[in-house]
Design a protein around this ligand. Structure first.
Ligand code: SF4
Length: 352
């Protein structure tokens, strides 16, 4: 497990963020928020996929006025995403569980004061959502769209909120490239203890967004940085959740289901490993117990991997072994191995 840098715990609805709370996975809907039925449907899809907190865009008054009806029909904590028009934040703050504003485009600081007052009145937190592409002019002029500029903006706004007596804060520092994003979060982390929302913004379609987010968020998580996160994908809602949870799992930040060790295959392969592993992935997707399992295509590394695995398959010619905690429990024909393996995994998960 990773060792997290201690942060202040805040609450977004009933989900704790920071402190000893598990790192939560967030996403956003892409419906017009004013379309209540579609927005609720998308939120329910995200909830089903394992999303912890959902954010909706609030670009217009119609969207702000729809928030109450949306909130009444969902159980996920709801964040309003506000750019430019602080009045929308004031309406949203009456209903939602957190307001995210972009300090680079919200305008005069007195508007931030109004937002803070509205959030204070309902005891809900604020996310200071800094984006490299929309920094306040004074910071962009001084630092360009650099990590230094993002950090300067965040520090200024944190201080502004603190001076108002408001500390129910989380912070994000997003850029569209991995290096600036990681640099900014690393730079800001030692300067305060507010929880961080991680993300590489505008990361692209599934493949590229997965690579960028795995590198960026993975590096930060391994540093112990990060309390909540969103993987931004130009794609379907569920993909953001699946990738986010996989990053948490594979970085060691969240034990979650099977860690499948499977060999890359080579000329020594003695089975249809690709089909076997994808069948295993599908048939064990429901298991949430953290287990290490290995599925290896020949004897070369199979026994060594099986020794450290909870459950393992070692394929041979037309046959193979199923092993539990390093001990052989079955020697079966190739066609029977996956069934027995899944059975052993389910048995172990039920006992854990
Ligand atoms: S386990 Fe066997 S088949 Fe798989 S990569 Fe290693 S040597 Fe090749």
């Amino acid at each position: 497990m990773i060792t997290r840098i201690p942060t202040k715990k805040i609450y977004v609805g009933n989900v704790a963020v920071g402190g000893d709370a598990p790192i939560s996975v967030q996403s956003m809907t892409y419906s017009q928020t004013a379309d209540v039925a579609e927005t609720v449907a998308q939120i329910n899809r995200l909830h089903f996929a394992g999303c912890d907190i959902v954010r909706v865009a609030v670009p217009d008054m119609e969207d702000a006025l729809a928030l109450r009806a949306i909130k009444e029909q969902i159980s996920l904590p709801l964040i309003a995403d506000i750019h430019f028009n602080y009045k929308l934040a004031l309406i949203a703050a009456e209903v939602v569980d957190c307001v995210r504003f972009n300090p680079g485009n919200i305008g005069d600081k007195s508007r931030i004061k109004e937002i803070v007052k509205a959030c204070q009145a309902r005891n809900i937190p604020v996310r200071i959502g800094v984006n490299a592409g929309s920094l306040e002019k004074e910071f962009e002029n001084k630092y360009g769209q650099s990590a230094e500029g993002m950090v300067a903006s965040a520090e200024y706004n944190i201080k502004y909120l603190e001076d108002l007596g408001f500390t129910d804060i989380k912070v994000s520092l997003k850029a569209s490239d991995v290096q600036r994003t990681v640099e900014a979060y690393r730079m800001l982390r030692p300067k305060n203890s507010y929880p961080f929302h991680l993300g590489v913004t505008e990361a692209g379609t599934l493949f590229h967004a997965t690579v960028k987010s795995s590198i960026g968020l993975g590096a930060l998580l391994l540093d112990g940085i990060g309390d909540t996160m969103r993987v931004s994908i130009t794609g379907e809602l569920e993909e953001e959740i699946n990738v986010g949870r996989a990053i948490l799992k594979d970085s060691g930040a969240m034990p979650d289901g099977l860690n499948i060790i499977s060999c890359p295959t080579c000329g020594r392969i003695e089975a249809d490993l690709v089909s076997a592993v994808s069948e295993i992935e599908k048939r064990t997707a429901h298991i949430k117990t953290p287990l290490n399992v290995s599925v290896m295509g020949c004897v070369v590394n199979a026994i060594g991997e099986a020794a450290h695995a909870d459950v393992a398959i070692a394929y041979g010619k037309g046959k193979g072994l199923v092993m539990v905690k390093g001990q052989v429990v079955a020697n079966l024909d190739e066609g029977e191995l996956v069934d027995r393996f899944v059975h052993e995994v389910e048995l172990m998960a039920a006992k854990s």
